[in-house]
Design a protein around this ligand. Structure first.
Ligand SMILES: Cc1cc2nc3c(=O)[nH]c(=O)nc-3n(C[C@H](O)[C@H](O)[C@H](O)COP(=O)(O)O)c2cc1C
Length: 296
């Protein structure tokens, strides 16, 4: 693809375009290699990894809603050793621009993961998942507390100095802005907003909860207005770039995020039923340019 320059710079990283795949729905990207050419995307955020492999949650994991998707995957992942030796090299070999998503089951786990990642080649951008609603330890429990956000982001910037550090925030708070300010103050190069919104479902016929953990994370078109409002507020509160994610299911949806103040966007759930969408967004941006942010 050619056309208008649509590069975006976040911290030390230059992405060839501002359209990324969100962490999770496409796994490590490799699962989608026969469906779309992920090398054309500005970045592919891999499924969140933890230091050790995790099997994820038991019971139902996915449930569609009329305008979204509930998931309770619970950070199932191959662990950092298998990610670094198998998944990451395979992503690079296929021409993808990997953004490594990291999570932890606690502080010690987090430190060990950062230590393992430091000095590792093959990627120059990291997204800290401070926002998973589907685990008991780490995840959203950390990401709801501005002091813990500051602690986690600061440590990543210290240990992974030189790499682009993105902080992915949860919308499951009264006000997301203090979290964004904490991340910025601690050295984040960009804010990613948002992760899924807490929801639940009930199987009426069997009088049973759908998910073993009661609640799950809602994504897809239903959450776009929430994500858009978060991006709007954050973009007017911090100096660093904001990456918009949540409910993008059309080219126009993506354009809304740029108008709200995002420097880049991530597509998640829509990849399940419209895998070509990220490519169409890139084509539109190359044709018409990146929309200017609205004033206000
Ligand atoms: C099946 C599934 C798995 C996900 N796994 C992760 C994950 O591992 N790490 C993460 O930061 N976000 C994860 N997410 C959240 C998405 O990256 C994204 O923030 C959210 O779904 C909102 O965007 P969307 O509406 O475009 O899907 C997951 C979402 C879904 C639907």
């Amino acid at each position: 693809m050619s056309g208008r320059g649509v590069e975006v710079t976040i911290g030390s990283a230059v992405f060839k375009n501002p359209v990324f795949l969100a962490s999770g729905p496409a796994g490590y990207g490799l699962e989608y290699e026969t469906v779309i050419d992920l090398a054309v995307l500005g970045g592919v955020v891999a499924k969140t990894i933890t230091y050790k492999p995790l099997v994820g949650n038991r019971g139902a994991r996915l449930r569609e809603t009329p305008s979204g998707l509930l998931n309770s995957i619970g950070l199932e992942n191959v662990g950092c050793e298998a990610f670094l030796s198998e998944k990451l090299p395979a992503m690079v070999e296929r021409g993808m621009r990997p953004i490594v998503s990291i999570g932890a089951e606690g502080w010690e786990d987090y430190e060990r993961l950062l230590e393992r990642l430091s000095g590792t080649e093959g990627f120059d951008a990291v997204e800290i998942n401070l926002s998973c609603p589907n685990v008991d330890i780490g995840g959203m429990a950390v990401g709801r507390d501005p002091e813990l956000v500051e602690k986690y982001v600061r440590r990543a910037s210290e240990v992974l100095g030189g790499k682009c550090i993105l902080a992915k925030l949860t919308p499951n708070v009264e006000d997301i802005v203090p979290l964004a300010l904490s991340a910025e103050g601690a050295g984040a190069d960009g804010i990613v907003a948002v992760n899924t919104i807490v929801g639940m479902d009930i199987d009426v016929r069997n009088r049973k909860l759908v998910f073993d953990r009661v609640t799950a994370g809602l994504s897809g078109p239903a959450i776009l207005p929430v994500a858009l409002a978060a991006v709007w507020k954050i973009a007017r509160s911090v100096e660093i770039p904001v990456v918009g994610v949540g409910g993008i299911s059309s080219v126009d949806d993506a354009l809304k995020f740029f108008m709200a103040g995002a420097a880049a966007v991530e597509v998640g759930t829509a990849i399940f039923y419209d895998p070509e969408l990220p490519v169409r967004i890139i084509e539109r941006l190359e044709k018409d340019g990146i929309p200017e942010r609205l004033s206000g």
